[in-house]
Ligand binder design. Structure first.
Ligand SMILES: Cc1ncc(COP(=O)(O)O)c(C=O)c1O
Length: 412
């Protein structure tokens, strides 16, 4: 029997797939991580520095809480955007750590911070609506804006300014169609952290433009180095509280990427409409994962600080080693778990095989040939850089940096 959608384009005519898919791409970090798996399966010795998740186990108290939740048969559908217990845990966290007050009806819980951002964009964007995204950025902001019919407006934030958006850049990027500004601090991939004063300066601009809402993705809040203080914009400027969606999650702080719990606080109307959307897509996030997240947010918190110190130790090994690689220069990240070295001085050089490194993709491929997988900065909207995750043990990080040093030294 003929396939139902046979035709000139193979199994399916082009029209079978929605045009919106043509606007977006696969997550480059997922794709690169998959590539590492394939190369390893072929026997290649590759140190994978592509993945954006802590390599630590989920804390034991969290694991125990899930066993207890199962024993209580908390295994059914829950309220679409989170149990009362989970919402209260998020409220407690926002109060305790950020000084932000939210009612239960101002909290939403979803399958990861990723779904929260997706819900927010899908619930609010109409064609022509603009989303300001400081670059380098977490790739998903851009693609989610696109899939939700919005127009991403990437603003390049130079390394000279610590990869941070300046008030003047923000002012210049805002138009009558701007609906959202995305803030991500600490930032994936640059590790940039906005101080209270820097957020206050951005807030001053935002107060002049009441059509702009702020989506602050605080998921790396706890991965801060050198005793830095965390600041979030709804607290820094209370007049922006009503139009700020404060997004967070348990993935990075508690090594719980697989549990898929993210949460956010925001205005009641926005929260209600995001829940409406979720009610017709995934419904509630996993009941037992919510029980796990309640324990993570309300149980002992020492784990979080200890892990941040471990990431800091790794950063302090990796960054000097990258800076010792001929031609690379790496700014010291203030938070998160990525290094974002600049490879501009390597462009134009030749590999021992005689291939010219024309751009950062070539450099990323050359690193891969030398046994280290990273991701080209183009994916994050700012070139020429590569993103290296430091969420790997110290021995592997040292070995990876040595390979990078040798590879850079071999270019001429
Ligand atoms: C900046 C940023 N926001 C959100 C997420 C997604 O987190 P979650 O696992 O909660 O969906 C990531 C994951 O890499 C991220 O880097």
């Amino acid at each position: 029997m003929a396939p139902p959608c046979g035709g000139a384009h193979g199994a399916y005519p082009m029209s079978f797939f929605a045009p919106r898919l043509n606007r977006i791409k696969h997550s480059p970090s997922n794709a690169a991580t998959q590539k590492v798996r394939e190369l390893r399966a072929q026997g290649r010795d590759i140190i994978g520095l592509t993945i954006g998740e802590p390599d630590f186990p989920t804390p034991d108290n969290v694991k125990r809480a899930v066993v207890e939740a199962m024993a209580r048969d908390e295994t059914r559908y829950t309220t679409v955007d989170g149990t009362d217990e989970m919402k209260d845990a998020a409220r407690l966290k926002f109060k305790r750590e950020n000084g932000l007050d939210y009612g239960r009806d101002q909290i939403t819980v979803a399958n990861g911070a990723k779904q929260i951002v997706f819900n927010a964009m899908m619930a609010t964007l109409t064609p022509g609506d603009e989303v300001i995204i400081p670059a380098p950025y977490w790739v998903s902001y851009l693609d989610m804006a696109l899939v939700a019919d919005g127009t991403p407006v990437a603003v390049a934030c130079s390394e000279d300014n610590g990869f941070k958006l300046t008030p003047a850049q923000l002012e210049a990027a805002i138009t009558p169609r701007t609906k959202w500004l995305v803030i991500n601090s600490p930032c994936n991939p640059s590790g940039a952290v906005y101080s209270r004063a820097e957020l206050a300066a951005l807030a001053e601009v935002l107060l002049r433009h009441p059509q702009v809402w702020i989506l602050t993705d605080d998921i790396y809040e706890h991965l801060l180095f050198d005793d830095r203080e965390f600041a979030t914009i709804a607290k820094v400027e209370p007049r922006l509280y009503e139009r700020t969606l404060t997004v967070n999650g348990v993935s990075k702080a508690y090594s719980m990427t697989g549990w898929r719990i993210g949460y956010a606080g925001g205005s009641k109307d926005l929260i209600r409409n995001m829940a409406k959307l979720q009610s017709q897509s995934t419904s509630n996030p996993s009941s037992i994962s919510q029980a796990a997240a309640v324990e993570a947010l309300t149980g002992p918190q020492e784990y979080v600080h200890m892990r941040a110190l471990e990431f800091q130790e790794r950063r302090d090994v990796v960054v000097p080693m990258l800076n010792a690689a001929p031609g690379l220069s790496c700014r010291t990240p203030e938070g998160a778990f990525y290094a974002y070295p600049n490879c501009s001085r390597l462009l134009g050089l030749k590999t021992p095989e005689g291939k010219t490194i024309v751009n950062e993709q070539d450099f990323a491929l050359y690193m891969l040939d030398n046994g280290v997988a990273g991701i080209q900065g183009e994916a994050y909207g700012l070139s020429p850089y590569v993103r290296l995750s430091i969420a790997t043990d110290l021995a592997s990080l040292r070995e990876a940096c040595q390979r990078i040093q040798r590879a850079c030294a071999a270019l001429s």
